[in-house]
Design a protein around this ligand. Sequence first.
Ligand SMILES: Cc1cc2nc3c(=O)[nH]c(=O)nc-3n(C[C@H](O)[C@H](O)[C@H](O)COP(=O)(O)OP(=O)(O)OC[C@H]3O[C@@H](n4cnc5c(N)ncnc54)[C@H](O)[C@@H]3O)c2cc1C
Ligand code: FES
Length: 1298
Amino acid sequence: MSLSSEYFFRGGGCEVKTFQVFLLTIALHWNAREMKIHYSANACLLPICSLYGAAVTTVEGVGSTKTRIHPVQERLAKCHGSQCGFCTPGMVMSIYTLLRNHPEPTAEQMIAALAGNLCRCTGYRPILDACKTFCKVSSDDRSAGLCPLVYILISDDLKVTTDLFRIYEFQPLDPTQELIFPPELMRMAESQQKRALFFHGEQMTWISPVNLDELLDLKAAYPKAPLVVGNTSVGPEMKFRGVVHPIVIAPARILDLNVVKFTDDGLTLGAVCSLSLVTDVLTNAISELPEEKTKVFCAVLKQLRTLGSEQIRNVASLGGNIISRKSTSDLNPILAASGCMLNLASRGKRYPIPLNGIFVDGVGNNAITPEEILVSVHIPHSRKGEYVSAFRQAPRRENALPITNAGMRVLFEEGTDIIKDLSIFYGGAVSTTVCAKQTCWTLIGRHWNEQMLDEACRLLLGEIALPGSDSGEKVDYKKTLMVSFFYRFFLEVLQSLKTTDPCCYHGIPMEYRSGLQDFKTKMPQSIQLYQDIEPSQSPQDPVGRPIMHQSGIKHATGEAVYIDDLPSVDGELSLAVVTSSRAHAKIVSIDTSEALNRPGVFDIITAHDVPATNEFYYSDDPEIIFARNKVICVGQIVCAVVADSDVHAKQAAAKVKIEYEVLEPVILTIEEAIKHNSFFEPKRKLEQGNVDQAFETVDSIIEGELCIGGQEHFYMETQSVLAVPKGEDKEMDLYVSTQHPAIIQEMVAASLGVPANRIMCHVKRVGGAFGGKLLKAGLLASVAAVAANKTGRAVRLILSRGDDMLITGGRHPFIGKYKVGFMNDGRIRAVDAKYYINGGCTPDESVLVAEVSLLKMDNAYKIPNLRCCAYACKTNLPSNTAFRGFGFPQSALVTETWITGVADKTGLSPEKIREINMYKEIEQTHFKQKLDPQNLIRCWNECMEKSAYYSRKTTIEEFNKQNYWKKKGIAVVPMKYPFGLGTRYLTQAAALVHIYTDGSVLLTHGGIEMGQGIHTKMIQVASRELNIPMSYIHFCETSTTTIPNACASAGSAGTDVNGMAVKDACQTLLKRLQPIISKNPKGTWNDWIKEAFEQSVSLSATGYFRGYNEKMDWEKGEGQPFTYFLYGAACSEVEINCLTGDHKNLRTDIVMDIGCSINPAVDIGQIEGAFVQGIGLYTMEELKYSPEGVLYTKGPDQYKIPAVCDIPEQFNVSLLSSSPNPYAIYASKGLGEAGFFLGCSVFFALRDAVTSVRSERGLTKTFVLNSPLTAEQLRASCADAFTEMVIGRWGKGQSISG
Ligand SMILES: Cc1cc2nc3c(=O)[nH]c(=O)nc-3n(C[C@H](O)[C@H](O)[C@H](O)COP(=O)(O)OP(=O)(O)OC[C@H]3O[C@@H](n4cnc5c(N)ncnc54)[C@H](O)[C@@H]3O)c2cc1C
Ligand code: FES
């Protein structure tokens, strides 16, 4: 298993590098019945002791380049399913496990298997393409794109193709070739006596008893010892909250606790049954028993399907979920409402209690004593006249803990709709599952009608008291959900009553039935279209072909090396940082005594240990390595502990005591920064035309404000450094996960006070960066380097996910204020806009981000009179930094918002306003740069046509008329994305190419591989230039020793500029070889190289690119900061559930002008990956801070990035054909960032759906939707009688049941 898996997702929230366990032995231990189970599990949560007797397969065991790669690995790589590759082993393991159990899975099984795997790069489409090649496909699926059909459209000399990979090249999946269960483990299981197992560790003893008596004795002896089954509840507590359990009891082998028994009145399930097993048992029972008896089973099963992920459900136990009594348990509310019984035992006693009894005190703490254990759970059959349902709403539909859930049951007097018994339980509301007991009692005897509903909702809101919203809780949303869920239950029961007796009960009106269904995740379909290469192109020339990522196979086999995979160096130390817990405070004292006495601790490093520069002045305010006298944000690094292991370093870091004296003011928000006039300088302004005069002549003016939240990079590989002092001449090797080796070298050299030529920075690959590994990586590298310098030892610093999210900042939160003047016909004549970005506590690149937000704010529109200003606010949040798009995704969202505002006001459609104001001919931007919008218009028109926008809009209008609780929305958004970094020197680049005498070529350049496929493209360039196959060319690493002073790999410029440098180097070499080739034209490459060597021709050359001639004069407000423009358009369609705020992305069509693609597979992957990241920013990723500036969202549990369930069900991407770009290598365009913004088409489609809801409900007032447009905001915007009950925004006095 790659070591990297251990660090990054210790909560198991996203299975980056899942591994698989074969479980055969446990069955043999129990009953000598052979049973093979393959299941995937999270490496970070599975206790090693629980694997006794099990066979574990990791990604390396599945296949390797040294032996044979497995079809899963091959297909993931060849279908372009890996970019940075960090998530790829986890993907492999999830698919592999599924195939071990189901060699020909259905699309549903496949999509469920991947629900828990996150990828930040690809947008999932290519991963799913690989998956589909294993699925059963019907002929319908083929025509819908389930299979990679290659259809080529020919129009004269133009060929457009969908051919991204060749399915016939794949080796078949042959289940007979799979690993067998190791016979020695089988023998061991058979021969072993059944006796308790003991494992002793440094801090803990693990005891695994074999029978119930043994277990009860142990529990009596160690009442405080937890029973650990899946460890998904105990594990995170031990890892994150420092809980220590000296004794742990593992009851998994006890037969009584594994029972599955059907009785006359229900089903009894052992407490250690995994949730996956429970799912299977219930599924079978439902298919076999009469419907009337299985309503409870169905409701429980519904919750199980979305509970956690498969990896969690495979190990988490039923008993664990019930007994841990977390408020977020999805099972407790429905099990409690359904009258389930718990069979408890303690020494000498066995007795049943009703499950709902364990929640009676409201905190769930009585009823089960520490000596008692849960043996089994009895789930009853439902009865005639009984109706049961379960509901949940989470921040993401799958693999996310619920915000609120509910279990509800009603029993009617026979043959009537009079309530005989009612149970309502909620989860997520308070600290445990809670029962609405009073409400239920009050409603007994009532008819199931509207009056009852109305009263029930008011009673529920009165009875279930929710705590205040200080802790970031979504109180109003939860309350709205509570009543909305009850309403949904009301509708379901009404509808069921109608089925039982259509004469007596009328059911619910047609348009209200849409409230009855939840969204389900379907296997997405997709079509990717690009222009094929000219038929005349040499078959060996790889440019323009969909070449696989050069590390793709290594990603899939786990052989690709990241920083944490580097073998440890002799005497190496691990480093853990100690960060500030105050946002703005004086450091009064740092007490390290206890930490220094902890086992394994070597030293503690503070600002005093920095030999030279601790503070870097790139502008007026410094970037700081270690806080010295004061802290300026929560998460600022104050000191660091170095120890002999990561665990020891972290344990000691927790013991460092820092005393603070709070300083005023504490500025956290943009509003507070404005109030305190706290900004980084300079402020920027651009202006054209006469704005004030134009406002006097327009027909109408709108004014508004849009808030856009920040975004966490969530690169899969957290910030990582290995600093290795070389022992002489103050040399140091640094292996860093960074986009900018030169800045690492510069900062480390400055901090150590040595010349840069002593510091060697090496980067093989980076597990995702997205802008987050520039300056921040430099500071962290300096922390490690200072420690290595002080101790003389190698020091490794791998940030945990929580620390990474806390310390490193992300995308800038943004407020855009606008005033827009326009004519009644939709022409916008004047715009006055102000942008405020929350820069955090140090400048980083905030002023640059502010500048870019101004330069790109016009998006696709010509606004004759325009004034815009940007301010970078200085606050006490962690310093924000570069992030894909660099200010454009925010300022252009503001632009598109006022575009829709103008549409609302004029009564014209948003697309009409867009068309009216779009750049149409060769024009000048607001900073006087010329642009030709021809391809913008082409993208727009193609997108309108390919998406069949108008006909779908009509269909959607029809759908919306017929459905009250579900609404669809559609939006199409154009994009102009300027390419450039504003200054020539920032786009210079160099390359170095060596040819060895055996003909092999070693290529290097200054670009960093972080998933964007730059090395693959550079090899393509070298292959074309040298006219040799790609297989002759190798790329080893990017290093400051080979390419000095390389610019950052950022701003989409990597391929453009390094490509030119590689081309230059190759042309130099070819020029030198030319005389030899001319003399022997029929010779081979190897002949020529041999001859060149013998003639003393140098076989090594550097290549150089001076950079683009870009400049911007901010004094005059004009310039040529960009070299060219990319264009695009995206049309998205969504459906929202008005009762919950949930939504589903139905379809997206993207058309992008990226010039002539060097590698269409890589480029389409970049567009899709960026687009899905954009969906994250605009619709779901939400950072939350306490009022004191403490980040709440410090891991995948709290911060949700898009998963497989979030990508559009139909996801089409077309590259604009015949659009060569004269300014970049091989007529291509740099496109890493551009696709991101198009994610906002989903935001505007959601807005369209909300508009439809509101206009239907007579709510004509303008409404504001901020970003991210989460389920919470959507629910609040879909105002109705339920929101009225909670927040009073409705006031229409309408009937809530129609
Ligand atoms: C990433 C992730 C996502 C999750 N998502 C969801 C979700 O969406 N919905 C949801 O409901 N839950 C979710 N969970 C929680 C998960 O379902 C529970 O943690 C799990 O069911 C607990 O079972 P376990 O076997 O892992 O418990 P363990 O961690 O092994 O034990 C849990 C506790 O229960 C006690 N216990 C266990 N068995 C017994 C017994 N037989 N008798 C007495 N005490 C016992 C133990 O002493 C311990 O205190 C998630 C967890 C993770 C890590
Ligand atoms: S390829 Fe999936 S996270 Fe990078």
